[in-house]
Design a protein around this ligand. Sequence first.
Ligand SMILES: O=C(O)C(=O)C[C@]1(C(=O)O)C=C[C@@H](O)C=C1
Length: 273
Amino acid sequence: MKLGYLGPEGSYSYTAAKYYAPNHMLVGMKTFKEIITAVEEGKLEEGILPIENSTEGAVTQVMDALMKTETSKIQGELILRVRHNLLSIGEAIEEINYVLSHPQALEQCREFFAVNYPHMTLIPCESSSTACQIAKEKGRQYAAIANSWAGENNGLKTLCKDIQDNVNNQTRFIIIGKESILPTGKDKTSIAFSFHDDYPGSLYSILKEFAEEKINLTRIESRPAKIELGKYIFYIDFQGHQKDTRCQGVLNRIEKNINKLKVFGSYPIGRIY
Ligand SMILES: O=C(O)C(=O)C[C@]1(C(=O)O)C=C[C@@H](O)C=C1
């Protein structure tokens, strides 16, 4: 089984992939879009993608790309405690002027740099493990934000530990593939929908259906539909499997009030690592 992740080895996505599927063949890729396309085209059986973070919220790039998928489903999820470190080839923090990492990781440490090292320039790159490679090549003025394993793997030293702005920084990852997962009794379902027209109570009419069946929502997000200002796509995660009678009933009823319902999949509720 091949599982695509945002590479190279040592990224947070790599750590998440190792927890999810220790025996799969892990394939490091350059972008989230590349992973989704490879799964859609059947070149990879599965792909792992960050979808939301407890500090920064939605990973919007992944959410928008998911909306365009045709054959992939969400097959699983896991939550990773993300602890960032400042890593460099040199030993003196005073020498550092440039800090590299994935944009999500930079955002999760923004306050730390604003307060402690406002002169440092934050530079986005493809992943935290790519940041380690670049920091190694560029030398003592450069540092990477990554996990310490990625740093050690590239010969970098840890100059500062736990630099994330939120002590409980967690990222939720989803696993996509082509399989439909059967109910386990502890499942979650992810859907997205938009409305034909904007009318009072439109969103309420959908939420009411879940409330009346006592189905717990675990996430609600909106993203621009990218048609015109004021048009949105709503994303909802709820507890239960799409094959459960109550969930099926809700999905059938809400379908009548909305433009297009996309069911990304039902999958077992994930663990925290
Ligand atoms: O750059 C990495 O190491 C990644 O795996 C990406 C990523 C993300 O995009 O959210 C994964 C987890 C953390 O939230 C920070 C970065």
